[in-house]
Design a protein around this ligand. Structure first.
Ligand code: UD1
Length: 375
């Protein structure tokens, strides 16, 4: 079997790590195309290195841009690559495999269906039902284009059935869980480790070791904010930054480039009050940071789930979540209004939950099996 994985953004590299590992030693031919949507070392290179992902066979180098320009540039470039000529010595792929809900996902999905290449969507069936989110457009359009829908949860399976897509759906579990559990077991018990600050991340002057010592001694929260709905309106962004800065314990703010840019443009200092700013972390360090924390505040999808699996309380700066299983027992709480942040973050300890809604850590093997069975 010949499979092309198309990835481009940080969360997709984590999913790819699990899939590439499951392909290793199977005899199937697996090739990787990187669109270049994320190009900073912090957002791309370190994931390939730390998670031992094979180097991409093709790097399109597309970079940032508006949704149309970015997705369109990827689409045009992928049309030349996906037929597989140089990747498989002239042969076409049996599958184009796309991941999650980014602009790279949508571009590869459209390219594949137009070229009549079989398309499989990993992490199919998630829905936020928030049509303002670019990710919601990407995931709905990709699901309806795909020939095979690899669903991570029972709810995702039900969502797809509700949209008439049951026949194309296979439940495989969540591949991010595969990697998370492996990394958790490898880093467990190791102390927090933070990189120093250097440009272009707007964190110049951060002494990583001193900050890690302070956080370890005092206890801390981890925060990430990167969604347009939270960063692009200066009033909302100021409300979120002020609320985080007013919390009664240090907050390790791992600044995504969009957050840094929008805050700077709006004249909102990120270094204030409880906030301690650092660069986005490599995956193993991120897991260590969450394990060592008292909880997490985020608008990321994947991080909500990781925090749930690591059994730390999570507060999500959104009105909805694609991973509602995390809300069980109060491990994750939605908090759309920054005025409610302190009360939500400082809530009582969540109740233990016993279920495993995201699979057993072997989802990627089921992905490879599902593709092979249908080749
Ligand atoms: C993308 C995904 C989002 C995912 C996130 C993970 C889409 C629509 N969204 O959002 O689902 O949660 O990745 O981080 O695909 N930038 C850099 N360096 C980089 C990449 C981006 O500085 O390596 C800056 C640029 O200013 C860019 C901005 O970040 O305009 C946003 O990047 P973009 O790729 O458009 O989307 P993300 O916000 O990262």
């Amino acid at each position: 079997m010949k499979v092309i994985s198309v990835v481009g953004a940080r969360p997709q590299f984590v999913k790819l790590a699990a899939v590439a590992e499951a392909f290793r030693g199977t005899g199937h031919e697996h090739r990787i195309v990187h669109t270049g949507q994320h190009y900073d070392a912090d957002l791309s290179d370190v994931f390939f290195a730390d998670l031992r992902i094979p180097k991409p066979d093709v790097h399109l180098g597309i970079g940032s841009g508006g949704h149309g320009a970015q997705t369109g540039a990827m689409l045009a470039a992928l049309d030349d690559v996906l037929p597989g000529g140089t990747l498989f010595g002239g042969a076409r792929p049996d599958w184009v495999l796309v991941y999650g809900d980014t602009n790279s996902t949508l571009a590869a999905a459209v390219s594949a269906v137009k070229l009549h290449l079989p398309l499989a969507h990993l992490e199919a069936g998630l829905r936020s039902h928030n049509r303002r989110m670019p990710e919601e457009h990407n995931r709905v359009l990709t699901d309806h284009a795909a020939d095979l829908l690899l669903a991570p949860t029972d709810l995702a399976v039900r969502n797809l059935a509700g949209e008439g897509l049951a026949e194309r759906t296979v439940m495989v579990g969540d591949v991010m869980t595969d990697i998370l559990l492996r990394v958790r077991d490898a880093v467990g018990g190791k102390p927090l480790e933070l990189p120093g600050g250097d440009e272009p991340h707007g964190t110049a002057g951060t002494d990583g070791a001193a900050l890690a010592d302070e956080l370890g001694a005092r206890g801390y929260l981890v925060a990430t904010v990167h969604r347009p709905d939270n960063t692009d309106d200066p009033v909302r962004l100021r409300g979120i930054v002020d609320a985080l800065a007013s919390l009664p314990l240090p907050v390790l703010l791992l600044a995504h480039p969009r957050l840094r840019d929008r805050a700077e443009a709006a004249g909102i200092p990120l270094r204030q009050g409880a906030l301690r700013v650092a660069r986005p972390l490599p995956y193993p360090q991120m897991v260590r940071a969450v394990l060592g924390s008292r909880g997490v505040v985020t608008d990321s999808g994947g991080l909500q789930k990781e925090v749930f699996l690591l059994r730390r309380p999570c507060t999500t700066l959104r009105t909805e979540t694609e991973w509602p299983e995390t809300l069980d027992g109060g491990w994750n709480r939605l908090c759309a209004d920054p005025a409610d942040l302190a009360e939500t973050v400082l809530r009582d300890a969540p109740t233990p939950v016993s279920g495993h809604p995201y699979g057993d850590g072997h989802a990627a093997e089921k992905v490879v099996a599902a593709l092979a069975e249908r080749t």
